[in-house]
Design a binder for this molecule. Structure first.
Ligand SMILES: [Zn+2]
Length: 269
């Protein structure tokens, strides 16, 4: 599932391409993906201009001139493609939104959604989310405060969107590896030094992942050489049985509730 760096990569690529542009056509192939009757959804979107593409947690927000917002969550299996009808992918898009001769394709939205909301509805939907880890106001002091309120396992906390938003299965493992701390550690047992290291690793890993286009591989447009560039830079995620880049011992793959956990049990403590 795409996490903060993947959605931030999409946000930057989309803002460059559709920011300020007007919607010239829409097509809904799967009505369950949207939240209004297709006619009404189309009526509001047609001719409407995208004023800003923003991100909150794992969501993308397409702000519209009419003050409505399209809220996208890709969930598991969803991805975006942008191009002309000639270079589109050979697979079904659940929704397409056209900007003259260029089309934004929403693929794999079986669980994901694209909801058209008023700003009031949007605030209500985003209100339960925890803070953004890369927000300048999210400091080590704030992170430490959050951790002191939390019991249980570190990884479970890191992926809890109500506690801290944007981090999921991949980056929770990558952050813990970078910090040399096991994701299965109990939060109350973390030392001040470890909390400080975790905070710095969180910033470093997320920023590096954004710089390299996240780990999700489907290209966003033809000749896209950015999207998915972090996949080869993942140190532990989906690398069970491979040698650790830090110590050479094999990465272990475990389970925590229903989640996969990847870690080096030799150099993470
Ligand atoms: Zn190791």
């Amino acid at each position: 599932m795409p996490e903060l760096p993947e959605m931030e990569t999409y946000r930057r690529l989309l803002q460059e391409r559709i920011g300020g542009r007007s919607i010239t056509a829409t097509l809904v192939q799967r009505e369950k993906t949207i939240n209004l009757p297709p006619n009404e959804w189309n009526r509001i979107l047609l001719g409407n201009r995208i004023t800003l593409v923003d991100r909150r947690a794992k969501h993308l927000l397409f702000h519209l001139e009419s003050s409505h917002v399209l809220l996208l969550h890709l969930m598991l299996g969803g991805f975006l493609y942008y191009g002309s009808t000639e270079d589109k992918l050979d697979r079904t898009a659940q929704v397409t939104i056209s900007f003259d001769d260029h089309i934004l394709y929403f693929h794999g939205l079986r669980l994901g959604y694209l909801h058209l909301l008023t700003t009031w509805q949007l605030d209500e939907r985003l209100d339960p989310l925890g803070p953004e880890p890369l927000d300048p106001s999210f400091t080590l002091t704030r992170f430490t405060e959050l951790l002191t309120e939390k019991r249980g396992i570190l990884k479970t906390a890191l992926v809890d969107q109500h506690w801290l938003s944007g981090i999921g299965n991949c980056y929770s493992d990558e952050i813990c590896f970078d910090a040399a701390i096991l994701p299965t550690r109990r939060i109350p047992e973390l030392t001040d030094e470890e909390i400080k290291q975790l905070f710095h690793s969180m910033q470093a890993v997320l920023k590096e992942a954004i710089q390299f286009g996240g780990y999700m591989e489907p290209p966003f447009y033809r000749d896209d050489d950015l999207t998915g560039g972090f996949n080869d830079r993942c140190r532990v995620y989906d690398r069970g049985g491979e040698p650790c880049v830090r110590c050479g011992k094999l990465i272990s793959k475990g389970k925590l509730s229903s989640r996969k956990v990847f870690a080096c049990t030799n150099c993470q403590h």
